[in-house]
Design a protein around this ligand. Structure first.
Ligand code: NDP
Ligand code: 2IT
Length: 454
């Protein structure tokens, strides 16, 4: 190991000790920062401009965190209490922007990791957006529409004073889709008495953008296609594993299939299905109805399609595939599973979910020279089209689906170029983790330094 690599390693250790001391127990946040610090530290140490500015210390401390109680009444008249947060991480290059997550596992640590990554991701899109994340430890599963509505309305009574079209613009994430955004936006409009684009992911009748629903999954597929094209290959003819069966997974499956790939898996928190014949467009339409309309469970797929098998409580990474798209949740692909994928000949992995791969899994992919697209790059299509929804709202116009998808495709290609600029090792291998972290970092860091000591 060279001296400078050794120094950078020591600096990362020292930096992480401080971060862990300041943020005890926030394991997901530590993990997200460590991944960034490992790739950024050598660059920062070589550039006095960033080193002297204590820029990593500043960028890992959110601008502010809002924590509040959400009380609501269930269908039986019981009073229920949840906790909600909005982590406004960094608005150096634009208004805060990022999703809301409703899931029982939501904690401050989870929202800080998501908010921190959002800062880099939004910077990579090239659009003027800062980074934030929010949500609640509320479980929408098994709740009636009216219960979800009352929860959303109660949450917005507090949240509305902290957001605005030029201040902070929330959107969806796990457990927050079209239904929830509609309730949230309806309540925001009543409280503020203004019709403005303060949330994205809205319905098409009230300011939503075409292709926003599809954008994250489509974008991940486009990014994979960009990576493969760069080495003279493509998705066409490849066998593909996807995890999850929510918003990101469903539209990732759709675009991969359109690009000629054969998707053989999908999952939810109860297990995964393996369909060696592939989830074609007809089966996908059925799966979308199961998940988006009937809110059913993934095993029902095997009752409908006999070619498939259900693997209870298992994840799809043991299936032999060429490409993998983890699209469910954080830490859903560990070191052993990464090794299994590599042993089975995987050549490309694109993260549709946020931080689905553990640090060990990422190291294994990079060592094996797998084309590995980190979430900040691969799933940036969702927030990018949210940015386009904001633009359309500000202009009071609506673009066609072709217009929006064309822009999405260009943005994903531009993110790919940015990753090459900073991640190409010159020997034919691209480290997209390094590329995405550095490209996302430079713009935000330069803005912060320009503002002085902030
Ligand atoms: P959805 O709520 O639509 O779907 C989530 C999917 O992941 C479901 O299949 C769900 O299964 C599964 N899942 C969630 N939590 C767990 C868990 N703890 N263990 C196993 N499976 C789980 O969410 P999205 O598709 O919107 O989000 C998926 C991922 O993509 C998240 O990491 C999110 O942050 C990220 N993302 C989303 C964007 C968007 O635009 N929506 C943009 C960029 C990233 P089950 O139904 O059983 O819970
Ligand atoms: O993680 C993400 O990028 C999202 N959940 C989308 C955020 C947004 O503002 O569209």
């Amino acid at each position: 190991m060279s001296n400078s690599t050794n120094d950078a390693k020591k600096q990362v250790e020292y930096f992480m000790q401080g971060l862990i001391r300041r943020n005890p127990g926030e394991l997901e946040f530590h993990q997200a920062v460590e991944e960034v610090a490992e790739t950024l530290m050598p660059f920062i140490m070589e550039n006095d401009r960033y080193k002297n500015a204590q820029i990593l210390e500043r960028m890992t401390e959110p601008d502010r965190v809002i924590i509040f109680r959400v009380s609501w009444e269930d269908d039986n008249g019981n009073i229920r209490v949840n906790r909600a947060w909005r982590v406004q991480f960094n608005n150096s290059i634009g208004p805060y922007k990022g999703g809301l997550r409703f899931h029982p596992t939501v904690t401050l640590s989870v929202l800080k990791f998501l908010g921190f990554e959002q800062v880099f991701k939004n910077s990579l899109t090239g659009l003027p957006m800062g980074g934030a994340k929010g949500g609640a430890n509320f479980n929408p599963k098994g709740k009636s529409d009216r219960e979800v509505m009352r929860f959303c309305q109660s949450l917005m009574i507090e949240l509305h004073r902290h957001i605005g079209e030029d201040t902070d613009v929330p959107a969806g994430d796990i457990g927050v889709g079209g239904r929830e955004i509609s309730y949230l936006f309806g309540q925001y409009k009543r409280l503020s008495n203004r019709f403005v684009g303060t949330l994205t992911g809205k319905g098409l009748a009230f300011g939503g953008s075409l292709i926003r629903t599809e954008a994250t999954g489509y974008g991940a597929a486009y990014f994979m296609e960009n990576m493969l094209n760069h080495s003279g290959s493509s998705i066409n003819g490849k066998t593909v594993a996807v995890s999850g069966s929510g918003n990101v997974a469903l539209y990732c499956i759709e675009k991969v299939t359109q690009l000629g790939g054969k998707v053989v898996t999908a999952s939810d928190s109860s297990g995964f299905i393996h369909d060696p014949d592939g989830i074609d467009s007809e089966k996908l339409a059925w799966l979308r109805d199961l998940k988006e309309v009937r809110r059913g469970r993934i095993h029902e797929y095997t009752e409908k399609f006999e070619s498939a098998e259900f693997h209870k409580d298992k994840r799809p990474w043991g299936v032999k595939v060429d490409l993998a798209f983890p699209c469910a949740t954080q830490n859903e692909l560990n070191g052993d599973e990464a090794k299994q994928l590599v042993d089975n000949g995987v050549t490309g992995v694109a993260e549709g979910a946020n931080m689905p791969s553990t640090l060990e899994a990422i190291r294994i992919f990079l060592e094996a020279k797998v084309k590995f697209a980190p979430a900040k790059a691969a799933n940036a299509g969702g927030v990018a089209v949210s940015g386009l929804e904001q633009s359309q709202n500000a202009l009071r116009i609506a673009w066609s689906a072709e217009e929006v998808e064309g822009r999405l495709k260009n943005i994903m290609a531009e993110i790919h170029s940015q990753c090459l600029k900073y991640g190409d090792d010159g020997n034919g291998f691209v480290n997209y983790v390094k590329g995405a972290n550095l490209a996302g970092f430079v713009k935000v860091a330069d803005a912060m330094i320009a503002y002085g000591v902030v």
